[in-house]
Design a binder for this molecule. Sequence first.
Ligand code: SAM
Length: 368
Amino acid sequence: MLRGEHDAPPFARRDAGGGAAEIAATALAYLDEDQGLAIAADEVDFAAAHAKIALHDTLTATFQIDGRRRFGFAPARRGGIVGLCPHAHEMTEESAALYVVPTPLGNLADLTRRAEEILRGVPWVAAEDTRHSSPLLKQLGSPARMLPAHQHNEHEAAARIVEKLRAGEAVALISDAGTPGISDPGARVVAAVRAAGCKVVPLPGACAATTALSASGLLDEHFLFYGFLPSKGGQRRQALEALREQPCALVFYEAPHRVLETVADMAAVFGERTLVIARELTKLFETIHSGPLTAALEWLKSDSNRQRGEFVLLLSGAPAGADDGEGERVLKLLLADGLPVKQASKLASAITGVAKNALYDKALLLKG
Ligand code: SAM
């Protein structure tokens, strides 16, 4: 049963009669004039002949269609669109699901309307950090009870969630910010729920990687989401080396206390590629800086405030033809001119854009 149903205003449980037009007319009659409603007729499942409508608040209502509860009526204020979402959720006991719900990265207005409805409607919210997320639920007026689902208890949390789902209770999964399971706990819970044969319903929404990519201006056709690099220098450089020839944009998450050394390592491994630094997305000090790697490193160094906050680092992919022989041709000329390996590879990299370390390795081979 949906919470709040018992508190529904007079509109609740009124039979809208036999058809979509009547449903709409009844809705219009019972909602405030200043809500400026419009019914998005083409989005409504008009196969529903008889609907009972319960208005829970100004944003959500439940339709009883063929005895089944449908969730998703969304009256908007002043000229907004109203409609039954074509994928309206049936939060009935027979189909309790795990809803994977993204939450804002910083700006609360980025919580989608659907996410809001789910967080208000489910009896349980599994959260990475219950203390961190309880103000959000409070603000939404969600009466859901919380259970912890963090990286140290994911197996146990998954078992509890499966238990709830089997008992017919819907559960929403959230992390501290962004999309659960994306460099955040959640994947194990989802895997266990799927393995138990229960339904998982993903909601689209905030994710730092795609938010940064959308504003990066990088033209690579493909991208590879890497997430966090290893925190130790040696392992980090090794990981970067392994990515050197990837012909797609590379997307990393990084913590503020490591951003400088990571960008320095990137400059050493990748040579002059474009780096986009996306910092504090959706927040007051949102900054998106783009430039050649070494210049981007200088930009970061030049103001310690630029090293604060949360970061997505996006690197353009290996240039097309990075391995087409141009780097090697120039390298051979420079070596033949008597330049030492280190200097020749550095110069050849600057001239051709081919990664310095790749040329260095090649130079060592050529020298025999
Ligand atoms: N699940 C989240 C998502 O969907 O993006 C990511 C969680 S991960 C633990 C946290 C990292 O995401 C941060 O260290 C940072 O790299 C990135 N991030 C989160 N919020 C951000 C923001 N507002 N601006 C830039 N990067 C952010």
